[in-house]
Design a protein around this ligand. Structure first.
Ligand SMILES: [Zn+2]
Length: 859
């Protein structure tokens, strides 16, 4: 028997043994309750980073725990494999995107296996495989048939670096691409959209069902959906055309003194008088070149042009001028607003700039507003004035207040109705790139957009294409692929050349895993409905809006198409924190310094300038020289140590600071566990059972430690997974075992328990030691320890004896005595230790804390 802990040897051995025994495979049918553990699948960049290791380790502990707790577990893995990096690699290096992608997948799969993650590899999916994207296309056609996929001409976000359009969700607050970082431009293009707005209300209200989601993520989604309630009001132009506006403050209608239309509003041309035509046209052209974000940014100088026409305010028949301004967007609300400058700051600034009338209709309780002297809008509450039937009504959104009264008035006059508006826009899914799932549509000059028949799916990506990086997607230049006959009428027709946003691929992958190898259907409904919803999902907070919102949308649509029988895909969500590395940064130049160039880590100096460097923890990245390669850690300490460190260093949802010293600490802990088992002679002791009846005091104490550990670890791994405190409990138990008498059956029980508790965290060493103590089956097929409540009860308590507040020793008291104040005082007085110190002295006072302490105040 070897006594040294050598992770490299035992880890490879057990990984192979587990694969041979198919331990991670998903049970097909069983009476056991199901548990679906899911990690957000990675983009196959070729290299696993520490962030990946953290997510997969977390999910693996949960999956292994649930198996030991008697669940049938599905723990799958796959690849979000379409996307631009592969295509860029093709352009830069001349390697086909498919080849590049599959090489990367092979490399990352090997790295994952080294970590001992118990994925069921028989269910692996890659979204770029025709076996997968055939069904992505099939699902697109389900949306198309339901009227939820449509084409429209739209001003879109154009990424000039990646040469493609982007969804709104993929443009950040600075107007930059989420991927390339390029400043997004505006372009008018005919594009495919998914009608996520049809589901806005459900996506919002069903957030309440997600009890196991972080509030932060739910709030981000709610804000993104951006529901506001108010009224739709119909204004009429002098020519009799109707202009519908949405307002959250219909009660301020009496204060509306002008209207503003988006420059793209379809009525602008008709409303523009000949005198204003030139100015309007120039303004429209300038607005078209600006992004939505630039147009709506706060603090912008207000611009606009009068059309020359008027509208009639429906509540008081006043004539008000109609302007256009770029801060009104065509695809938000109705593309037109009523302006109430006295009570809306943006309208106020606009009115001041162009000298338009301001009319106060809400008076605050503590002052009297005068339109002539106001310096800013008053958006607050008060009492309605100058508002006809609303005069005297308290201003506000509550019951019996002005908004409610205004809606009732509008509805009675048929001038408007109460309604809601959402910030959420339809999802633009067209991408002018090659490496994605082709949109399965054929454009026929007679029939229009015709779906590719199911039997012709997948519309496969042609392989013999040139990647020049210029002139958009190579698909547009491949005549042999482009030209087809219409499936409906046979007329020569053309294929759609846009591919789908890769976020579509990831919006349904979790539905495919339970039945990943089905070549007849997208999935067997019985199988997928049985496994879904996902019981625990783990991934990054950066997906709070994009992926997590899209997946919820897909689930609801496929439910309405009769494919699914549940409303929400992910029961519980854990968003893990970042893994940060130590950086050395020059505070003046902002430059990062390589750790190798630092001579004294306690006093880091920039070798170039001699300045003292700033030391901070930041997200690991190559440019900051603070990355730690998972492979290096595994080679040096083993996968079990890497896992233990990641789990112990921080609670899972918090950021984690990588400290080599703490990695060492976990390696030392596993070595201690190793010695506890191998050096104690506890081996070959399979059937040792503690005889609970006649245990000595130390044995009883040890048993209490064992079962306290079971209780604490089990609690830490319920609901909110607190792996860090669970690992602390394992350390406490190992300390208790170190101090214990090794030939007791309770010690054997302790080792058995320690190994089983450790198994989900450090699966290789637990397995090796399990065999060391004489077992021949896998520890990962054992049950998780269950607490014996009777072992937790202490029948004696340790009481501290103090003289004048100074601890002089301890005594053991039966629980009944220890918890009784008077009895404990008597018992303490008679103890040897107290007698020694109080003999011959006068006791002035005795302070008794039942169960804990007795303090004699003597003179
Ligand atoms: Zn046709």
């Amino acid at each position: 028997m070897e006594f040294r802990y050598t992770p490299t040897e035992i880890e490879a051995k057990w990984q192979q043994a587990w694969t041979d025994a198919e331990l991670s495979q998903t049970p097909e049918t069983s009476d056991k309750p199901k548990f679906y553990a899911l990690s957000m699948f990675p983009y196959p960049s070729g290299n696993l980073h520490m962030g990946h290791v953290r997510v997969y380790t977390i999910v693996d502990v949960i999956a292994r725990l649930k198996r030991m707790q008697g669940y049938r577990v599905l723990n799958p893995m796959g690849w979000d494999a379409f996307g631009l990096p592969a295509e860029n690699a093709a352009i830069e290096r001349g390697v086909h995107p498919a080849k590049w992608t599959y090489q990367n997948i092979d490399q990352m799969r090997d790295q994952l296996k080294q970590l001992g993650i118990s994925f069921d590899w028989t269910k692996e999916v890659a979204t770029c495989s025709p076996d997968y994207y055939r069904w992505t296309q099939w699902i697109f056609l389900e949306f198309f048939k339901a009227g939820l996929a449509y084409q429209k001409e739209a001003t879109v976000n154009w990424d000039p670096i990646d040469q493609t359009v982007l969804a709104n969700e993929q443009v950040d607050a600075d107007g930059r691409s989420w991927r390339s970082g390029a400043k997004v431009e505006r372009k008018l293009l005919r594009q495919w959209f998914l009608k996520i707005t049809d589901y806005a209300e459900q996506l919002l209200t069903d957030l309440d069902k997600l009890k196991g989601w972080p509030d932060r993520v739910k709030l981000m989604q709610a804000n993104w959906i951006g529901k506001s309630t108010g009224a739709q009001v119909t204004f009429t132009t002098e020519a009799g055309d109707e202009i519908v506006v949405f307002t959250t403050r219909p009660d301020t209608l009496w204060g509306a003194s002008f209207m503003v239309l988006s420059p793209e509003h379809p009525l602008v041309e008709k409303l523009t008088t000949p005198e204003q035509a030139e100015a309007i046209q120039q303004y429209q052209e300038a607005a078209a070149a600006k992004s939505d974000i630039d147009r709506t940014a706060e603090g912008q100088e207000k611009t606009g042009v009068w059309t020359g026409s008027y509208a009639i305010n429906p509540v008081n028949d006043q004539k008000i001028p109609i302007w256009i301004a770029d801060y009104v967007l065509m695809d938000y609300g109705t593309g037109a607003i009523m302006a109430v400058p006295a009570h809306d700051q943006r309208d106020f600034e606009f009115a001041k700039k162009f000298d338009l009338p301001i009319k106060v209709v809400v008076q605050p309780p503590d002052q009297t507003l005068d339109a002539a002297t106001m310096t800013e809008a008053f958006p607050g509450e008060g009492v309605m004035v100058n508002s006809g039937v609303l005069d005297g009504v308290p201003a506000g959104k509550g019951k019996g207040q002005s908004v409610e009264a205004a809606i009732a008035f509008l509805e009675s006059k048929q001038k408007g109705k109460g309604t809601s508006n959402y910030r959420l826009r339809d999802w633009l899914i067209s991408r002018q790139r090659y490496w994605g799932a082709p949109i399965p549509i054929i454009h026929c000059p007679k029939c229009g957009a015709v779906p590719v028949p199911d039997s012709d799916l997948p519309v496969a990506l042609p392989e013999n294409v040139e990647f020049s990086g210029k002139g958009g997607s190579p698909l547009t230049q491949l005549e042999s692929w482009l030209n087809v006959s219409c499936p409906s009428c046979g007329t020569p027709a053309k294929r759609e050349t846009d591919t789908m946003d890769t976020f579509i691929d990831s919006s349904w992958y979790f539905l495919r895993y339970p039945d990943a190898n089905n070549d007849q259907a997208v999935f067997d409904r019985t199988i997928t409905n049985d496994w879904m919803p996902v019981d625990q999902y783990v991934g990054g907070i950066e997906h709070a809006i994009l992926h997590l919102l899209y997946s919820r949308f897909f689930t609801k649509v496929l439910r309405d198409r009769g494919l699914l029988n549940f409303d929400e895909p992910f029961e519980r969500l854990l968003t893990q924190g970042m893994v940060q590395g130590r950086t050395y940064k020059n505070p003046t130049t902002g430059k990062y310094v390589l750790p190798a160039e630092i001579k004294d880590a306690t006093n880091p100096i920039d070798p170039a300038t001699g300045e003292k460097l700033e030391v901070v923890f930041e997200k690991m990245s190559k440019s900051k020289y603070n990355g730690v390669a998972p492979g290096d850690v595994v080679d040096k300490y083993g996968a079990d140590t890497a896992r233990m460190f990641i789990l112990f260093k921080a609670p899972p949802e918090k950021d984690l600071e990588w400290e080599d010293a703490d990695v060492e600490g976990q390696f030392r802990f596993l070595n201690r566990v190793w010695r506890l088992v191998t050096e104690s002679g506890v081996g070959r002791a399979i059937n040792r059972v503690s005889t609970h009846g006649n245990l000595s005091k130390p044995e009883k104490d040890l048993r209490r430690s064992i079962h306290t550990a079971i209780k604490e670890v089990t609690e830490d791994l319920q609901g909110d997974y607190q792996f860090n405190t669970a690992v602390s409990e394992l350390m406490k138990l190992s300390n208790a075992l170190s101090d214990a008498q090794k030939d007791s059956p309770v010690y054997a029980e302790g080792i058995d328990t320690l190994l089983r508790l450790l198994a989900p965290f450090a699966p290789h060493i637990a397995e090796e030691l399990w065999h060391t103590i004489g077992h021949s089956d896998s520890i990962h097929t054992q049950s998780f320890p269950i607490v014996d409540p009777s072992a937790l009860i202490a029948d004696e308590k340790t009481i501290v004896i103090q003289i004048l507040g100074k601890t002089r020793g301890t005594i053991e008291a039966a629980t009944a005595i220890a918890d009784d104040k008077a009895a404990l005082e008597q018992f303490a007085r008679e103890s040897e230790i107290a007698k020694r110190y109080i003999e011959g002295k006068e006791i002035k006072k005795v302070i008794v804390v039942p169960g804990k302490l007795v303090n004699f105040v003597v003179v």
